[in-house]
Design a protein around this ligand. Structure first.
Ligand code: SF4
Length: 201
């Protein structure tokens, strides 16, 4: 029978299980840090995530449907969060002039201020990573990219804007290339969230 990664007597026999458990511990750290940031601003974690997302992404991505896919939530849940942010004057609706039922969301000056500060919520996770060698960081980045790619292919993670899912990405004998940038990409230059990403058809 297949065993659980959390089964302690078996976990130490399999490196994959120990990686799963390690990732779970790290996701817990993200949860705690995000929660602390949310409390400081009297917002929920998803409301903080929405503000940070809008702060760094182009307007066509800042729509309820896109945000729902991005955060693996229903449109209704995102809509409720957006309503709270609107009521707190942290975001504004940008109505589409050609279709008045459709709108995107932008940050107000106060929303921008909160998003800017909150965007550093994970810096205590980045600091220990800075102590790794360049080789260790490259191996870790590649492993994580491959894991995210497979989770995306199996439908567990929805939207991805990484090189591996981009129409501009090519790989030949292990050499990565971006057709848009017209440049080779070193292993440690592969992107997780690229503003120029174009989905493969
Ligand atoms: S456009 Fe961005 S995501 Fe696509 S291959 Fe180039 S660097 Fe990677």
């Amino acid at each position: 029978m297949k065993y659980s990664s959390f089964n302690l007597s078996e976990q130490n026999q399999k490196v994959e299980s120990r990686i799963v458990v390690a990732l779970e511990r790290i996701s817990e750290a993200f949860r705690v840090l995000l929660w602390n940031e949310s409390k400081e601003n009297s917002l929920s974690p998803i409301q903080i995530q929405i503000l940070i997302f809008i702060y760094f992404h182009s307007q066509e991505k800042c729509k309820v449907g896109y945000l729902a896919d991005e955060f693996n939530m229903t449109k209704a849940t995102i809509s409720d969060s957006v309503k709270v942010l609107l009521a707190k004057d942290l975001v504004a609706k940008e109505i589409n002039t050609t279709d008045t039922r459709s709108y995107s969301i932008s940050l107000t000056p106060e929303g921008k201020q909160i998003a800017k500060k909150a965007s550093f919520f994970a810096s205590s996770i980045e600091q220990p990573l800075e102590k790794l060698t360049e080789e260790q960081k490259t191996v870790m980045l590649n492993g994580l990219l491959k894991l995210i790619y497979d989770l995306n292919k199996s439908g567990i993670i929805t939207i991805q804007r990484m090189c591996f899912t981009c129409a501009n990405y090519q790989v030949d004998k292990g050499v990565h290339y971006c057709k848009l940038l017209k440049s080779r990409l070193a292993e440690n230059e592969l992107r997780v969230d690229c503003p120029e990403h174009e989905l493969q058809l």
